[in-house]
Design a protein around this ligand. Structure first.
Ligand SMILES: [Zn+2]
Length: 287
């Protein structure tokens, strides 16, 4: 969620006591789920492409592709799971002022949550974890802006610095919105030229197009009924887009304040579908 920051932060801080205990135990879920039999992929083999050569083909039901055949071999992908589970506990940290490329703004917000208290920070982190596993399986190296859902920060400008400094070939900021209860759907937020991002405006728009199509093909989430046009909007007020030097978009995967969207967004199966859609779009973009 990236609008009405002050209002959202204030409103959600009131919920921090109730929601505060939730992210910690659930934090392990993505890692555990990624390793569980139902979702496990041979990541141990593919995480180290060189190891595939030592892996006897007979040991796997599915032939291990060579490193060169992996669709994202040699590629670096940045993933920014928006907010952080601990942000609820540290309003003064969030209130520090950072430069977003055009103006000063707060370091970050808590993010939104569903009416039942499922936080956006947790949703973002779970999707990012599933996506990371998928991308590593495809041979990519992944740069994450945070590696747990139990911490505070980093600030939004630092998140851009991490991905830019990691020399990512492409990146995605993962969020979910806190929109009007009657509104549904996903929205893709694309950068507007402001200097630092000038070289990646066209490529980011292409990435946005690829992600939009992959979402429509791979998930049941419709395009937003209230944000942008046909699910796409340009934004000049977000550090993640203003400061990026790599092709990047921010996706609001759905509206956590809409009951239908919330039921999808809190489902593990749906979170994995989102990750697969993003994976497909990234492969298409980099091919
Ligand atoms: Zn957000």
């Amino acid at each position: 969620m990236l609008v009405a920051l002050a209002t959202a932060a204030t409103g959600l801080l009131a919920c921090a006591c109730g929601a505060g205990a939730e992210p910690a135990p659930a934090q392990q879920t993505p890692a555990a789920a990624a390793a569980s039999p139902s979702t496990a992929r041979p990541t141990a083999t593919h995480a180290d492409p060189a190891a595939t050569h030592a892996d006897p083909p007979a040991s796997s039901a599915r032939p291990a592709p060579s490193a060169a055949a992996l669709p994202l071999a040699g590629k670096i992908v940045g993933i920014d799971p928006g907010h952080n589970g601990g942000n609820f506990s540290d309003p003064s940290y969030l209130a520090q002022q950072i430069w977003n490329g055009r103006a000063s703004e707060n370091c970050d917000t808590t993010g939104t949550e569903t009416d039942a208290g499922y936080t956006e920070a947790l949703f973002n982190f779970r999707v990012a974890s599933f996506l990371r596993a998928d991308l590593v399986h495809d041979g990519a190296r992944v740069v994450l802006t945070r590696t747990s859902n139990g911490g505070v920060g980093p600030c939004v400008n630092t998140r851009s610095t991490i991905i830019n400094g990691g020399h990512a070939n492409v990146a995605v900021d993962i969020h979910a919105d806190g929109g009007p209860a009657g509104g549904r759907g996903f929205a893709i937020l694309e950068p507007i030229a402001d200097g630092p991002n000038n070289a990646v405006i066209t490529s980011s728009a292409q990435l946005g197009s690829d992600i939009r199509q992959a979402f429509l093909n791979g998930t049941s989430m419709p395009v937003s009924t209230y944000d942008g046009v046909n699910g796409v909007t340009q934004r000049d007020d977000l550090a993640g887009l203003n400061l990026t030097t790599v092709p990047k978009v921010l996706i609001e995967c759905g509206n956590m304040r809409n009951a239908t969207d919330a039921a999808l967004l809190t489902s593990t199966v749906f979170q994995e579908q989102i990750a697969r859609a993003l994976e497909a779009a990234i492969i298409r973009f980099l091919s």
